[in-house]
Each structure stands twice: as structure tokens, then as C-alpha cells.
Design a protein around this ligand. Structure first.
Ligand SMILES: Cc1cc2nc3c(=O)[nH]c(=O)nc-3n(C[C@H](O)[C@H](O)[C@H](O)COP(=O)(O)O)c2cc1C
Length: 396
């Protein structure tokens, strides 16, 4: 969850400073990059060498480090995803609240534009002092997350609030900040994926090269955003994440039957499946024998699932996909209109980097008003994000 994230761990002069070691180790275990910044008093409580060894990064202590660039506070602020100060003393809270920038950590805070979290630790009378309370309230007001101190026996012998929050609580809070917004919480999304198979005989079928990846990635992203997701999938080699309800089908007719059975109970349908337009008029039973002469297989059109759902929809958002090679915008606009869709994701499969079986796609999204949004080549995960952002706009 923290893989690829860069966290600055600020440590200040509290008796709880030793607990920063556990925080640092938990971050490293979760594959985060951690840069430690310590106030000068913090170095009296815990050795910078310990933190340097555990983080694998140079530790900045006190004021500006002569070995690093003079603008290191700006570079670090630009690069890091989060600043967590744990433990945070009454002093650093006061400095943050009043814009005092007299050492590296307090200067970094002012230059920092990403998420800032502080976990206070101090004596109960300090923690409940009006000045400290006001400073914390002010910081919370301007968007700093404050992880409340725990209650119990304090190092000074007093009892009450002021203990550094449990390391598990701090880690959980940090992780939750990187979790995607649960923007589809309470919404039910029906997604189709894969290439349908139209049987010619018991052993052969007509299909297409779709791997199903786009639909599966969409299902994962919708789930991450908190939606209840049902994925209706033609055969693929993919596995959806556990909390996604998977219904396996083979043919276009089975896809239709399953979609129609679910559609009314859903908020949105995203038809990413590559469903056959034609199916054999008659399926041979058994195996067609090789006869050494031309064989004619008559095809009939399959039922148009998108068009049927476009007609059937009440308040659902219906999203179609169009894989086109010529007159692409006109064809896609026509499809959108004829099928009463809310938007269509257009895939120019003649372009390099777009289409079946790739990890990337090049899409345009056309909405009901005819607006065309064009996107550069993107990984399918990013494409899923763009599509679901638009679905969200239509749902709310
Ligand atoms: C043994 C000892 C323990 C301390 N524990 C705390 C503490 O838990 N919280 C706090 O706010 N200050 C505590 N202080 C006071 C701070 O270290 C002091 O205010 C210092 O100036 C904080 O500087 P800093 O915020 O730059 O680290 C303690 C001081 C000592 C000597």
C-alpha cells in the first residue's frame, strides 16, 4: 500500500522519540521510501545513526546539513508524498502553527504542499494547555491531520492524555491517506469483460483477441473506489480481486441473459466486453468432419446488449466501448445516439499502443452532448481511472 511512496518522518524532542524506530520499520516493511528529519533535541533521545541505518537514507538533524544542498528543504518538499511528525512536541506544534522556520523540520513544513500529519506526545498538562490546544485546532483547521494522543500513565509519572498514539494507529492513518477516495461507496457497478465465444460445433468457436484486461482493471478500480462490483466475464486468463462478484459466461446470448437479469439493480453498466456481433445460425453437434471442400457456416446477428440496456435504462449510467478503424468519431457518435448511451469510450484500434491484448490504450471519450475528450497513450489502469471519473460525474 505504501510501495513507491516517499514519506518524511519528522522526529522531535520527546521521550517517545524511540517509538519512531517502530514507525520507520513499519514503513520500510510496507516498501515506502523514508527520509528522517530530526530536531536537534530529538537527537538527544535517539541516535541519528540508528535511523540512518534503518532508513537507508541520510538523516537531517537540526539546521541545514552542510553535506546536502542549501535548498534541500525545497527539494524534499517537492519530492515527498507526506510529512509525518511523530512524536510531535508542544514546541514543534507551536512553530508549525505560527510559521516559525528556524530549523530544517519547521522550514520543510512551510515548504510542504502534500499531506502533513502530526502525532503529538507530551505531558498531560502540556497537551491540555489552552495554547497547545489552540495551536492544534488551528493546524487541523488548515488541513493538518492530528492523530490524537492516547491516555494512560505518562513517562513523567502523571496520568492522562499525552502518550504518543499507538504505532499501529499511526500506520493505519498514514495508509488510509494513500487509499483511493471511496468515491463510489454505496454504488453498484456492473462491468462486462472478455471475448464471447460463439460455438460452431462442440469444439470450435468464433471469437476475437480481447484478453478482458480493460474490464478486469475497471472492476478493480471501481472496487477500490468503494463500489459493489459484479463482473460478467467471457473466458479469460485473468482473476479479479476477491471482493468482486464474478459471473462467467461464454456466448453473447449468455452475456445478454446475465446482464438483463442484473441491470435493474445497478447504478451503472460499463460494457467493456468484446461481444460477437454474429453467431452461427445452427450449431453442429459433435465435431464437424474435415471434408476437403469449402464449408459454409451461416451466421445470424446476436442480440445488441447495449442497445437493449439503453432502451431499458431508467436512471442507470450506461457506458459503451467502440473499437473503430475508420470514421471513428462519426461512427462512435452514431453508436452513442442509436443505443441511448451516456458515454462511449472510443478505441482507435488502428493506432500503435491501442486495442486488444496490450497493457496500454489510446482512447477518446464522447459524451451525450457530443463533447470529445482525447487522451494520450496510457496504461489500462489509468484509462480505468479516467473512465470511472466520468461515470462518477454522471452518477452524482
Ligand atoms: C527528558 C525530556 C523529555 C521531554 N519530553 C517531551 C515530550 O514528550 N513532549 C514535548 O512536547 N516536549 C518534551 N520535552 C521538551 C522538549 O524536548 C523541548 O521543548 C524541546 O525544545 C523541543 O524541541 P523540538 O520541538 O525542536 O524537538 C522533553 C524534554 C526532556 C529533557
Amino acid at each position: 500500500m505504501l510501495s513507491g511512496k516517499h514519506i518524511v518522518l519528522g522526529i522531535t524532542g520527546s521521550i517517545a522519540a524511540y517509538k519512531a524506530v517502530d514507525i520507520l520499520r513499519a514503513f520500510k516493511k510496507k516498501s515506502a521510501k523514508v527520509s528522517v528529519v530530526m530536531s536537534r533535541p530529538a537527537a538527544n533521545f535517539i541516535s541519528p545513526l540508528t535511523l540512518e541505518t534503518l532508513s537507508g537514507q541520510p538523516v537531517l538533524v537540526g539546521r541545514f546539513n552542510k553535506k546536502t544542498s542549501n535548498l534541500q528543504h525545497i527539494y524534499l518538499a517537492r519530492e515527498a508524498d507526506m510529512l509525518l511528525v511523530a512524536p510531535a512536541t508542544a514546541n514543534i506544534i507551536g512553530k508549525f502553527a505560527h510559521g516559525i522556520a528556524d530549523d530544517f523540520l519547521s522550514t520543510l513544513y512551510l515548504a510542504f504542499t502534500n499531506k502533513v500529519i502530526i502525532a503529538p506526545a507530551m505531558n498531560v498538562h502540556m497537551y491540555t494547555h489552552k495554547t497547545v490546544v489552540n495551536n492544534m485546532m488551528y493546524l487541523a483547521d488548515i488541513g493538518v491531520d492530528i492523530i490524537p494522543a492516547g491516555e494512560g500513565e505518562l513517562a513523567c509519572g502523571d496520568t492522562g492524555a499525552g502518550r504518543l498514539a499507538d504505532v499501529d494507529i499511526i500506520i493505519e492513518h498514514v495508509c488510509s491517506c494513500f487509499d483511493s477516495k471511496k468515491s463510489l461507496l454505496g454504488k453498484k457497478i456492473l462491468i462486462t469483460a472478455g471475448a464471447s465465444r460463439e460455438q460452431i460445433d462442440d469444439f470450435r468457436f468464433i471469437s476475437n483477441p480481447s484478453t478482458g484486461k480493460m474490464g478486469y482493471v475497471l472492476a478493480d478500480e471501481a472496487k477500490r473506489r468503494g463500489a459493489e462490483v459484479t463482473l460478467i466475464s467471457a473466458p479469460t486468463n485473468l482473476l479479479p480481486s476477491k471482493q468482486i462478484k464474478l459471473i462467467k459466461i461464454n456466448t453473447a446470448q449468455e452475456m445478454y441473459n446475465t446482464v438483463v437479469n442484473h441491470f435493474d439493480h445497478f447504478d451503472a453498466l460499463v460494457m467493456a466486453a468484446a461481444v460477437a456481433d454474429y453467431t452461427p445460425l445452427n450449431k453442429f453437434s459433435g465435431k464437424i468432419k474435415k471434408q476437403g471442400k469449402p464449408l459454409t457456416i451461416e451466421l445470424k446477428p446476436t442480440i445488441d446488449i447495449l442497445k437493449s440496456m439503453g432502451k431499458r435504462k431508467k436512471k442507470q449510467v450506461v457506458v459503451g466501448f467502440a473499437a473503430e478503424v475508420e470514421n471513428i468519431i462519426e461512427n462512435a457518435k452514431e453508436k452513442l445516439e442509436q443505443k441511448n448511451l451516456d458515454m462511449i469510450v472510443l478505441n482507435d484500434i488502428s493506432k500503435k499502443g491501442a486495442g486488444f491484448g496490450l497493457d496500454t490504450n489510446i482512447i477518446s471519450i464522447i459524451d451525450k452532448a457530443g463533447n470529445v475528450a482525447e487522451y494520450p497513450i496510457m496504461k489500462k489502469e489509468a484509462v480505468a481511472g479516467v473512465i470511472l471519473d466520468k461515470v462518477e460525474n454522471l452518477l452524482y
